[in-house]
Design a protein around this ligand. Structure first.
Ligand code: NAD
Length: 359
C-alpha cells in the first residue's frame, strides 16, 4: 500500500458503523471515508447527508461498492449472517477488510472465509473491540511477564440490561437465530471468549454451559405488523465453565437481562502470586493485588502507561501499512471463536460437557 490516504469503505450503516468505524476513520490522518453501502435507503441517505458524500459513492449493493475501484479497504458492519458473503466478495476483489464479530452464525459457514484468507493472504481484522482497551492490553503484558504467576482462575461477567421487558426492545435481527447464530452468547459471549484468550495467551479445552431465554416472544420490528408478537429463538443469557490447556478453571456469566447495566464487564484473574481485576462500564480500569497487598486484601488501581492507549480503527490502518504489533484479532481468531460458540451451544442443548481442540 502506498502512502496516500487509505480510501475506506463502510458496508452496513447501523450503530457500530456510525458509533465506532466511521468516527475512527474520520479521526485518522491515514484514511478518508470514500464510499458507503446499505440496502436501507433511509440509512444510506442519512449517511450521505451527515458525512457530506456524493451520491455516486453511496451504494445499496455491497458488490457494487467492492468492484467500484473507489476503496482500498472496507469495514463490514452488517448483521452476523451477512459478514461472510461480504468478506468473500472483498477477498475476490483483493480488498482488505475489518469484519465485525462474531465472524458468522456458525463455524461451518465461516470456514470458506478462513480458507479464502489463508489462500490469498488478504489482510484482515475481526473486531473484537475489547482487545483495544488499555486495561486489557496492560493486563495482557503483566500476565505475560509473570507478574501474577501461574493463573488458576478467570471469572468473567459481561452484563447488559437492554433485553429487559421494560425496555420493550422489538424482535430485531439479534433475536433471530438465522441472522445472529445465537443471542447473548454471540453478541457478548463471543467477545469474552476472545478477550480471555487474548489476556492469557491460552486455548480452551472444554466447555460446560447453560443458556436460556426469558422472553420467548417480542413485538415485531416491522411497523407494518402493528406490534404483532414474534418468536425469539436465541438465548437471553449464557453461563458457561471453561477449562484451558494450561489448567485455568474459568467461568463466564453473560446476560442482557441485567437490570441497570449498560455495558458492564468485570474480569477477575487469580494467579498463584497475585491477582488482577479488569473492569469496564463507561471507562476501563485495572486493579492489582500482589505481595504486601495480600495480607490487607487490597486491590490497588493501576496507572496505565500511555503506550496502552490505542484505537481500534487506527490499529487496523496501521496493520494495512505493515506497522501493527500483531495484537488485532484475525479471521483465524474469529473462526476459533465460532468453534467455541458452537460447542457452548451444543453443551447447553445436550446438557453435557463438550471438548474443544484449538485448531
Ligand atoms: N465490536 C463490538 O463491540 C460491536 C458492538 C456492536 C455491534 N457489533 C457487531 O456489528 C454488527 C452490526 O451491528 P449493529 O448494532 O451496527 O447492527 P444494526 O442493525 O444497527 O446495523 C446493521 C446495518 O447493516 C445493514 N445491512 C443489512 N444487510 C446488509 C447488506 N447486505 N449490505 C449492507 N448493509 C446491510 C442494515 O440495513 C443496518 O443498517 C453485528 O455483527 C454486531 O455483532 C459489534
Amino acid at each position: 500500500m502506498n502512502n496516500n490516504p487509505i480510501r475506506y469503505g463502510i458496508i452496513g450503516l447501523g450503530n457500530i458503523a456510525r458509533g465506532v468505524h466511521i468516527p475512527g476513520i474520520l479521526r485518522s490522518p491515514d484514511a478518508v471515508l470514500a464510499a458507503v453501502c446499505d440496502p436501507n435507503e433511509t440509512r444510506l441517505a442519512a449517511a450521505q447527508r451527515d458525512y457530506g458524500l456524493s451520491p455516486d459513492v453511496c451504494f445499496t449493493d455491497y458488490r457494487d461498492l467492492l468492484s467500484s475501484g473507489l476503496v482500498d479497504a472496507v469495514s463490514i458492519c452488517t448483521p452476523n449472517n451477512v459478514h461472510v458473503p461480504v468478506a468473500l466478495e472483498a477477498v475476490k476483489n483483493g480488498i482488505p477488510f475489518a469484519c465485525e464479530k462474531p465472524l458468522s452464525v456458525d463455524a461451518s459457514s465461516a470456514k470458506p472465509l478462513l480458507d479464502a484468507v489463508n489462500e490469498t493472504g488478504i489482510p484482515n481484522m475481526v473486531c473484537f473491540s475489547y482487545r483495544f482497551k488499555k486495561a486489557a492490553r496492560y493486563a495482557r503484558d503483566l500476565i505475560a511477564a509473570g507478574r501474577i504467576g501461574k493463573i488458576r482462575h478467570v471469572y468473567v461477567r459481561y452484563l447488559q440490561g437492554w433485553g429487559n421487558p421494560e425496555k420493550d426492545c422489538p424482535r430485531v435481527w439479534r433475536f433471530d437465530r438465522a441472522a445472529s447464530g445465537s443471542g447473548t452468547l454471540a453478541d457478548l459471549g463471543s467477545h469474552m471468549l476472545d478477550l480471555v484468550r487474548f489476556l492469557t495467551a491460552d486455548e480452551y479445552t472444554l466447555f460446560t454451559a447453560q443458556n436460556g431465554t426469558f422472553m420467548t416472544e417480542r413485538r415485531s420490528a416491522d411497523p407494518a405488523k402493528n406490534g404483532a408478537r414474534e418468536t425469539v429463538d436465541v438465548d437471553d443469557y449464557a453461563h458457561y465453565f471453561a477449562g484451558t490447556q494450561s489448567g485455568i478453571a474459568a467461568s463466564f456469566e453473560i446476560s442482557r437481562n441485567a437490570f441497570g447495566r449498560g455495558n458492564f464487564q468485570h474480569i477477575e484473574i487469580y494467579g498463584d502470586r497475585g491477582a488482577l481485576v479488569y473492569e469496564l462500564e463507561d471507562d476501563d480500569f485495572l486493579c492489582i493485588c500482589e505481595g504486601a497487598d495480600e495480607g490487607t486484601h487490597t486491590f490497588r488501581r493501576m496507572e496505565i502507561p500511555e503506550q496502552y492507549f490505542v484505537d481500534q480503527m487506527q490499529c487496523f490502518l496501521d496493520r494495512l501499512r505493515g506497522d501493527e504489533h500483531g495484537l488485532c484479532a484475525t479471521v483465524a481468531d474469529g473462526y476459533e471463536d465460532m468453534l467455541e460458540l458452537d460447542e457452548i451451544i451444543r453443551s447447553s442443548e445436550n446438557g453435557t460437557a463438550v471438548r474443544h481442540s484449538a485448531r
